[in-house]
Design a protein around this ligand. Structure first.
Ligand code: FES
Length: 161
C-alpha cells in the first residue's frame, strides 16, 4: 500500500465515521462529496454538533471533542453551516476562521477545500487559507473572524455570521 492508498483510506474512514457519528446522535450531516484524494474530506456541521458551544456571536470548539478532532491536522476544515463560518487548520496548529458568505454573491453553504484553497462552488471563486481571493469571479477577500486559543479550546468571534 502506498501513501496515496493511506490517504484514501483515511479520508474514507473519517467520512464514514463522521456520518455514523452524526447519524447515531440524530444530528444532520451535510456533504456534497469530495472527489479527490488530495483534498481534505468535506466537513459540514451545524453548531449543535458535539463539542461546539455558541454564546451570541461567540463559537467555542473543544478540539478534544469528536467534532474538534475534525480540525486536528493541517488542511482539516469545517463549515459550521448555520453560523456561516469556515474554520481551517492552516499548518497543524494555527486555526483561522472566515465568514462562509462568499464575497461574490453571498452563497454560504457551497464550499469545498481543495489544494489548500476554499472554493465556493456556486460560481467557482477560490480563496487561500488567509481568505485572499485566488480566483474570481469574487474580487474581495473573505472577512476573517478573530480566533483565540486556550489549551485545546478555540473561540471564534463571528460578529455578524
Ligand atoms: S457566490 Fe461564491 S463564487 Fe459566486
Amino acid at each position: 500500500m502506498d501513501d496515496r492508498d493511506g490517504v484514501k483510506r483515511k479520508t474514507f474512514l473519517r467520512q464514514a465515521g463522521s456520518v455514523a457519528f452524526f447519524t447515531a446522535l440524530g444530528l444532520p450531516f451535510y456533504s456534497c462529496g469530495s472527489t479527490s484524494a488530495d483534498d481534505s474530506s468535506e466537513q459540514t456541521v451545524n453548531s449543535s454538533a458535539v463539542g461546539i458551544t455558541v454564546d451570541g456571536n461567540r463559537i467555542t470548539i473543544d478540539l478534544n471533542s469528536i467534532t474538534g478532532q475534525l480540525l486536528s491536522e493541517e488542511s482539516d476544515w469545517l463549515l459550521i453551516r448555520d453560523k456561516r463560518t469556515l474554520v481551517v487548520n492552516v499548518d497543524g496548529s494555527l486555526i483561522r476562521s472566515f465568514t462562509s458568505r462568499c464575497t461574490h454573491a453571498n452563497c454560504s453553504v457551497n464550499w469545498r477545500f481543495l489544494n489548500r484553497q476554499f472554493e465556493c462552488t456556486c460560481h467557482g471563486s477560490r480563496f487561500d487559507t488567509a481568505g485572499a481571493v485566488t480566483r474570481g469571479p469574487a474580487t474581495r477577500d473573505l472577512p476573517e473572524f478573530t480566533v483565540s486559543r486556550e489549551d485545546d479550546r478555540i473561540t471564534i468571534e463571528t460578529r455578524n455570521a
